[in-house]
Design a protein around this ligand. Structure first.
Ligand code: MF3
Ligand code: CO
Ligand code: CO
Length: 270
């Protein structure tokens, strides 16, 4: 029987994976994270996002893996690259990066059938104080969400930790996009909201695999999708940032599958 037809699914439709399945997620997550590590040197003023995407696709192929995004609902690229006021799902293209541009690179790979999904922030050239603060707050919000991951807590606890922290910094959490279950599929239940109330939504159980991927705006939270049907931007044109990890719930906490092998997840790379 196929692996996906074994095992338990909660009444919320969330699959519970085996302890042996964590190894597969680690392999996929590590490849995605390593590719993001290797992209740091390719982000600079004058570079195009199409070229960055081309390099990512080559690295995925070279590793003997597959891109999860090429062919996904008609998407044709190995990454999403979202610059400045683009919230997510930016399409790689021929526009050149300018000094001071901030960008999110989001990569999802498939290794032996397991999905590794992660994204982080980069800067082309010089990082302004304002952008640095946005990036720092977004990164810290993700890690505060991850701190809530343990059996017995709820998805509402994760969202609440992210939302209260971000709003205390006078920034806003995007509501229109969320994290998701993953494993041997790209997007599965639950929707992992980056806002919420403590104790609400489904309870976390050992063996759940999902992403947390908060998008934080300097201005208002509203977004709109451009005519290309992918690119999501802030309605008020304010800057937006995002970080994403794929994680698993362990017996007593969390296992992060997409940690940077080089320790370079954080944008200042210090
Ligand atoms: N990697 C994105 C996520 O975090 C999804 C991208 S789908 C694409 O879920 F088609 F836009 F690539
Ligand atoms: Co994701
Ligand atoms: Co992603």
């Amino acid at each position: 029987m196929d692996k996906d037809h074994r095992g338990k699914v909660t009444r919320d439709g969330i699959r519970i994976y085996d302890t042996t399945d964590f190894a597969g997620m680690h392999k996929a997550g590590e490849l995605a994270a390593r590719i993001l590590d290797e992209m740091i040197e390719h982000v600079f003023p004058g570079q195009t996002t199409a070229e960055i995407d081309r390099i990512i696709e080559a690295k995925v192929t070279e590793a003997g893996a597959k891109s999860a995004t090429i062919g996904y609902r008609g998407y044709q690229h190995a990454s999403c690259i979202s610059i400045n006021h683009v919230v997510c799902h930016g399409i790689p293209g021929d526009k050149k990066l300018k000094n001071g541009d901030i960008l999110n690179i989001d990569v999802t790979v498939i290794v032996d059938g397991w999905y590794g999904d992660t994204s982080r922030m980069y800067v082309a050239g010089d990082l302004s104080r304002k952008s640095e603060r946005l990036i720092q707050v977004t990164h810290d919000a993700l890690m505060l969400g991850i701190e809530q991951v343990k059996p017995g807590n709820t998805f509402g606890d994760i969202g609440h930790a992210i939302q209260t922290y971000v709003e205390k910094q006078r920034m806003s959490v995007v509501r229109d996009f969320c994290g998701h279950g993953l494993g041997r599929v790209f997007h599965a239940p639950p929707n992992v909201l980056h806002y919420g109330r403590p104790g609400t939504a489904a309870r976390l159980e050992e063996g759940m695999f999902f992403t947390i991927e908060p998008m934080v705006n300097l201005g208002r939270p509203e977004t709109k999708v451009l005519a290309d049907d992918w690119t999501a931007v802030t309605r008020d044109k304010s800057l937006s940032a995002q970080f994403e990890h794929s994680v698993g719930v362990t017996a007593d906490g969390v296992d992060i599958f997409t940690l940077s092998p080089a320790g370079k997840f954080h944008p200042t790379y210090g």
